[in-house]
Design a protein around this ligand. Structure first.
Ligand code: NAD
Ligand code: AKB
Length: 322
């Protein structure tokens, strides 16, 4: 078996900062090259393996890393998320689509073995059943971010069929974590609520209390990503577009769950432009294809996630880190 030499682009983001460390544990620090447009890598990341600055729009900057490190696997996490994407739609198109095309073309030209690129519940929109989005359904998103994610899935599957390139992707729900803050998405409220609950005992939410979306805790996100990454290719019917679910709750249910552990916690609501984005996404997803094709099974529910989030964030707060 050939040893994986993985290049992660967008490694300093919410998911990349944790996925990089997890993959370094599995494959060795020197075999996981972290890269990002920013050069603000943490000590932990810098001390555990290589870090390089790269702009996904600049194809040559990626090629030089492929050659320097003999890369055979690329994970593309560089993206402009839904809320920032609505402020700057052309930037979202450029990074999410032109960046991805650079990655796929390089993969084809340099005989890269595998490409992993996440999709999102943002591929859904009006016309998708709202209670539980099926794997195969109407994909007519209303955000530029969602449009780039639908196009990204289609391009990924095109490279599978046309060039026999091994491209894989999952439609992540909102990811909740406590290492790196999320970067400009609509589901960011589900992270901010825990930080503000610990720091201030109150939170002002930018979506209404009955807003219900699919969510996932970071340990499950890492597990889903690595399980799909290592899944037996002969078992995969889908490639770039797996629905993956874990939990689904309203903001009110989240707040009540937090109150179980912080009884004085209060919340109020000031919905902004992100309400319309949240309203365009389904409340839950049907992930039976992921369960069947590569054995997907989440571990965390709302209560176990809340307990862990509050424990970790409270420790950080006591140490003056947040
Ligand atoms: P993030 O915004 O936290 O991180 C993205 C990273 O990409 C940042 O570190 C940023 O500096 C980097 N980047 C931006 N432009 C770049 C460029 N031109 N060149 C190189 N790097 C660049 O995002 P994330 O939450 O870690 O998301 C990672 C992937 O997962 C994205 O494809 C996103 O669409 C997808 N996703 C995330 C979530 C979530 O809730 N976090 C949900 C669904 C899908
Ligand atoms: C966002 O809210 O934009 C992301 C996502 C669900 O893709 N967290």
């Amino acid at each position: 078996m050939i040893m994986k030499k993985i290049l992660i682009i967008g490694a300093l983001g919410q998911i990349g900062s944790e996925l990089t460390m997890e993959l370094r544990k599995l494959y060795g620090g020197e075999n996981v090259i972290a890269s990002d447009k920013r050069n603000t890598a943490s000590e932990k990341l810098l001390n555990s393996g290589p870090f390089e600055t790269v702009d996904i729009i600049d194809k040559n900057s990626i090629i030089s890393l492929i050659k320097k490190y003999n890369v055979n696997t690329i994970i593309d996490l560089a993206a402009i998320l839904s809320a920032t994407g609505e402020q700057n739609p052309m930037l979202a198109w450029n990074v999410n689509i032109n960046g991805l095309i650079n990655v796929l073309e390089i993969a084809r030209e340099y005989k890269i073995k595998q490409v992993l690129v996440p999709s999102s519940i943002a591929v859904f929109g009006p016309g998708t059943p709202t209670d539980c989005a099926p794997q195969e359904t109407v994909l007519k998103p209303t955000t530029m971010y969602g449009i780039t994610k639908v196009a990204g899935e289609l391009i990924g599957d095109y490279y599978v069929k046309k060039y026999n390139l091994d491209v894989r992707g999952l439609r992540y729900p909102g990811i909740i974590s406590n290492e790196t803050l999320p970067g400009g998405g609509t589901t960011d409220y589900a992270v901010a609520i825990y930080y503000d609950a610990v720091k201030y005992g109150k939170y002002t939410c930018f979506v209404k209390e009955d807003t219900r979306l699919p969510m996932m805790y970071m340990p499950d996100c890492l597990k889903a990503t690595i399980d799909l990454f290592n899944a037996d290719p002969s078992k995969l019917i889908h490639h770039s577009d797996f629905n993956v679910g874990a939990m689904s709750f309203s903001v009110k249910e989240m707040a009540e769950n937090i109150k179980k552990y912080l009884p004085n916690f209060t919340i109020d609501y000031k919905p902004d432009f992100r309400q319309a984005i949240a309203d365009s996404w389904p409340k839950a997803v049907d992930d039976s294809a992921a369960r069947k094709e590569w054995g997907w099974k989440p571990a965390y529910d709302l209560d176990s996630m809340t307990q862990d989030m509050l424990k970790v964030i409270s420790e950080k707060h006591k140490k003056g880190l947040i």
